[in-house]
Write a protein of this length. Structure first.
Length: 200
């Protein structure tokens, strides 16, 4: 199993080469923020039903990420291994598809397949990073629902915005789904924050 680590944006692969899709960033960059929210809301809920966060100054190590998420989900490692296997099969299927393309020359097929193989570990790593991220989002969702959290406040920041949007989507679908509202708010001192309201 590959250890979690940052790789980069989504690659676009063809017989012509490898490029990267702008705006399709590796979920690893959002995972640190998601874990910060997860840990911060996992507190005593008797009196407080809304939570505010500040940006962590020291990034978590891959081992710390593993340890934190394993605390919430014992089966995480097994899920990651399964995702790695599924993605390896997906890559094999892609290679088979390229081999069956009748409109390509043998040289073009070979170039495309070589590019797929060059990016194999990179793409598997991205898939693993995404499953870590989505597990963290679902752990946050469970705590929000279990503890009837009504509001999450975060700094106005691209990473926090992305995580809150992902969490909003998770909260609005599936078991125990709830209505939510995500707003940008300007405080009296001029600072901007984001608020995710969990409506019951």
């Amino acid at each position: 199993m590959l250890p979690i680590k940052y790789v980069g944006p989504r690659p676009l692969i063809s017989q012509h080469g490898i490029t990267y899709k702008e705006g399709k960033e590796d979920k690893y960059i959002y995972l640190q923020v998601a874990i910060e929210i997860l840990q911060d809301i996992d507190n005593n809920y008797e009196d407080k039903k809304s939570y505010s966060y500040t940006i962590r100054t020291e990034p978590l190590t891959p081992q710390e990420i593993d340890n934190i998420l394993a605390h919430y989900e014992a089966e995480l490692a097994d899920d990651v291994k399964e995702e790695e296997k599924r993605y390896e099969q997906k890559i094999k299927d892609e290679i088979q598809t390229v081999q069956n393309m009748t409109h390509l020359s043998d040289i073009e097929k070979e170039a495309w397949i070589n590019n797929i193989n060059i990016m194999k570990e990179y793409r598997i790593q991205r898939a693993i990073n995404k499953i870590y991220y989505m597990h963290c989002i679902n752990d946050i969702k469970r705590l929000v629902l279990k503890n009837h959290i009504k509001e999450i406040d975060t700094p106005f920041d691209k990473k926090f915005w992305h995580v809150l949007e992902t969490l909003q989507g998770a909260l609005e679908v599936g078991k125990g789904s709830v209505e939510t509202k995500l707003e940008e708010i300007t405080l009296e001192d001029g600072r901007m924050i984001m608020k995710l309201f969990i409506l019951r």
